[in-house]
Design a protein around this ligand. Structure first.
Ligand code: NAI
Length: 486
């Protein structure tokens, strides 16, 4: 029986390995992590991440051929194929801080593999890493190998949170990069055999290591670029009276462009897009490609601009001050169908409004109060460096009688509020009884829809003043000076 061990039981490691175990009953899969709470949760009825369909997949193979353990070293020693799916955050200090990928977690995993391995291993990069990481990993492994042969493969993951199970079951493609030597090609074939259990052969693409590593960064950069492109258009739509949904529809009808990923919003979030683009920018700069670096940097800058523009719109619409005003924040996750809040635009918007002394009441169906409070006091990029994830005692949002309340009910959040900001496109926000919400709010009552989930005209009929990203402005806002750019 082939034995697989995956280091890192996070959003990628957990679902990916569950799918391999589910589709390959002849393979034993163990997912290991240094975080005991995370492993305990994977072994419990309440999994550490919310992902539609994941519970069923895990339940059907857990303790048959799928195991979760903190006994990292013995399972690594035992495995034939080791996936490394640890976090690769943006560096917060030192050379390349704020851009380069921090490979601390990856390097410590590689050193541990070298230390405990007693037989030949295939080591698979599942984490998103800078181009040429495989070379560095290879050096760490071979310089500590004691005669053991390690083959490094790049097998970047393309799943999207919220649709991870569908994406894993029916991937557009699986990428495997390996060395062009006979041993490298043998390792590629071994990993291909795993995916061939359920992925059609023409969707399993093999290539050289550097192409595979770069393809993941390129894919995320181009996806994020589409969002920033339509968001940039949304600002122009608001200025001219065009409707960004109509523009996106017309543009997307061109089969060369297509309709996906053209929804204007308050901005993209998630753990990957910004981190991977900054990483790409850093790699370009290191290679002297300054114009290329600046081109990609702009994708992140437009995203920051979009979030700042949203906050400015809220404040300027509400008589240029939200000081002491209750504002309901509906949704905190970075997108629907996930509880993940990493780099969610809701953090920037909340921090912007708190900076103007607003009183926030936050509701999200999947995000805990503890997570929200932690996010609001964590500095940029620190969220993915676990040692920093502690709410500093006495911090302004760490006690209950402060400017942030978290509630389990959207109506409660909106009660007595001056405005509502919709930050996540949860389906339930489309179905709320806005008439009832309006009755309970201060007047004039505002809705700022950062995800274009409500129908502005219907809400205006109720009496709301409505802002929807990229849509023709409410007459109320037309008379106001344009929101400053940043
Ligand atoms: P995560 O933070 O959810 O999971 C990483 C896990 O690795 C954590 O549970 C951590 O405790 C564990 N870990 C760190 N160092 C370890 C070590 N030395 N030994 C054992 N466990 C260790 O991260 P996530 O979201 O799963 O991402 C992992 C990688 O996959 C990143 O490089 C990310 O860029 C990439 N990726 C993420 C996607 C996503 O949607 N989240 C999609 C595609 C790729």
């Amino acid at each position: 029986m082939v034995k697989i061990c995956c280091i890192g039981a996070g959003y990628v490691g957990g679902p990916t390995m569950a799918m391999i175990a589910f589709k390959c009953p002849d393979i034993q899969v163990v997912v290991v992590d240094i975080s005991a709470p995370r492993i305990n949760a994977w072994n419990s009825d309440r999994l550490p991440i919310f992902e539609p369909g994941l519970d069923d997949v895990v339940r059907s193979c857990r303790n048959n051929n799928l195991f979760f353990s903190t006994d990292v070293e013995s399972h690594v020693a035992d495995a034939d194929i080791i996936f490394v799916s640890v976090n690769t955050p943006t560096k917060t200090r030192g050379l390349g801080a704020g851009k380069a990928a921090d490979l601390t977690y990856w390097e410590s995993a590689a050193r541990m593999i070298a230390e405990v391995a007693k037989s030949d291993k295939i080591v698979v990069e599942k984490s998103t890493v800078p181009v040429k990481t495989a070379e560095a990993i290879e050096k760490i492994l071979t310089h500590n190998s004691r005669g053991i042969n390690f083959q490094i493969l790049s097998n970047p993951e393309f799943l999207a949170e919220g649709t991870a199970i569908d994406d894993l079951a029916n991937p557009d493609r699986v990428l495997i990069g390996g060395r062009e030597t006979p041993e490298g090609q043998k390792a590629v074939a071994a990993l291909k055999d795993v995916y061939a259990h359920w992925v059609p052969e023409d969707r399993i693409i093999t290539m050289n290591l550097w192409s595979a590593e770069l393809s993941k960064l390129a894919a995320n950069a181009i996806l994020a670029q589409r969002i920033s492109s339509i968001n940039a258009m949304s600002a122009l739509c608001e200025a001219t009276g065009a409707d960004v949904s109509e523009v996106a529809y017309a543009v997307g009808k061109d089969s060369r462009i297509g309709h996906k990923f053209l929804n204007a919003s308050v901005g993209f979030g998630g753990s990957c897009f910004q981190k991977d683009i900054l990483n790409l920018v850093y790699i370009c700069e290191c290679n002297g490609l300054i114009e290329v670096a600046n081109y990609w940097k702009q994708v992140v800058q437009i995203n920051d601009y979009q979030k700042a523009r949203f906050v400015n719109r809220v404040v300027s619409s509400m008589f240029n001050t939200v000081s002491g005003k209750k504002i309901a924040i509906l949704g905190f996750a970075f997108k629907k169908d996930t509880g993940d809040t990493r780099e969610t635009p809701a953090i920037d918007v909340c921090q912007g409004l708190l900076g103007d002394k607003a009183q926030l009441c936050i509701y999200d169906p999947q995000v805990t109060e503890e997570q929200i409070r932690r996010d609001l006091v964590t500095s940029k990029f620190d969220w993915d460096h676990p040692q920093h994830l502690v709410v500093p005692p006495g911090s302004p949002t760490s006690n209950k009688n402060d400017t942030v309340r978290v509630t389990g009910d959207a109506y409660e959040a909106a009660k007595g509020a001056h405005g509502i900001c919709i930050m996540t496109e949860w389906e339930e926000f489309k179905l709320l009884d806005y008439e009832r919400i309006y009755q309970g709010m201060e007047k004039p009552a505002f809705v700022f829809d950062g995800r274009n989930v409500v129908k502005p005209e219907e809400l205006r009929k109720i009496g709301f003043i409505v802002y929807s990203v990229g849509k023709p402005l409410d007459p109320w806002m037309k008379d106001l000076p344009a929101a400053p750019s940043t």
